[in-house]
Design a binder for this molecule. Structure first.
Ligand code: ADP
Ligand code: MG
Ligand code: MG
Length: 252
């Protein structure tokens, strides 16, 4: 589904990604872990096509398409969804209206007719229940005045509505209490399927108790320096990141 080869990216002349290789197949959940500042958000942002980042080398293909050649909105239409570490507030646009447009845009792209008002409402209700989000939030301006937890839940709600092929979750767990964490993870787990994939970026192992990954990768200084199964996350939890840094620095 997604193949990343030797990806390098910079922001404001600072090299951040320094050669990322990653292969994600349908049905898989990959966790990207690593110390603060290692480039996790940069990787997610580059995949989603955020324009502050400049790709300087490498290739990314998504379902056979040259992803780096596609505008961010085309990536979204093709089924890539990024849940932001810091969700943006959009005054004047409600979640409901935003989603009505977004859902029908994706459907159009897939050759499907737009959902009528009743079908859209039913879908909203179903997904609202999934992430236990309050109806009143959805008629307010997108994320404006939402608490941290409400913003994160709203991100997962949007994801549930859009049913993306590839979901990128950037530290969706940060700032969540344990109940919200469980709800968010549950939403993600319900969306798992054989034809979809998820990349979960997280600093802590905690989320991975709920969203059990097939693979765990450690990003450090712009490179994936270690990959393993879910047990790697537990090892990191126990030992911290210093041993990885020491290992890498020793061989550098
Ligand atoms: P992580 O998500 O792993 O904490 P980031 O991808 O956010 O890491 O950041 C990687 C590095 O890039 C950090 O050193 C950070 O300070 C730097 N960085 C991120 N965004 C910017 C920016 N807008 N301008 C300059 N440096 C940035
Ligand atoms: Mg960070
Ligand atoms: Mg980050």
């Amino acid at each position: 589904m997604l193949t990343i080869k030797n990806l390098h990216a910079k922001i404001e002349d600072k090299a951040i990604l320094k050669g990322i290789d990653l292969e994600v197949k349908p049905g898989e959940v990959h966790a990207i872990m690593g110390p603060n500042g290692s480039g996790k958000s940069t990787l997610a942002s580059v995949l989603a096509g955020r324009e502050e980042y400049e790709v300087t080398e490498g290739e990314v293909t998504f379902q056979g398409m040259d992803l780096l050649d596609m505008a961010p909105e085309d990536r979204a239409r093709e089924g890539i969804f990024l849940a932001f570490q810091y969700p943006v507030e959009i005054p004047g646009v409600s979640t409901t209206n935003f989603l009505k447009t977004a859902v029908n845009e994706v459907r159009k792209h897939r050759g499907l007719p737009p959902l009528d008002a009743v079908a859209f409402l039913n879908k909203m209700k179903e997904k609202m229940a999934l992430v236990e989000i309050d109806k009143s939030l959805l008629s307010r301006s997108l994320n404006e005045g939402f608490s941290g937890g409400e913003k994160k839940r709203n991100e997962i709600f949007q994801m549930a509505m859009l049913e993306p092929t590839l979901s990128l979750l950037d530290e969706t767990d940060s700032g969540l209490d344990i109940d919200a964490l469980r709800i968010v993870a549950n939403g993600v787990n319900k969306l798992r399927s054989a034809d979809k994939a998820t990349i979960v970026v997280t600093h802590y192992q905690r989320l991975l108790d709920y969203i059990v990954p097939d693979f765990v990768h450690v990003l450090y200084n712009g490179r994936i320096v270690k990959s393993g199964g879910k047990e790697l996350a537990l090892e990191l939890e126990e030992k911290g990141y210093d041993w990885i840094k020491n290992e890498v620095d020793a061989t550098a």
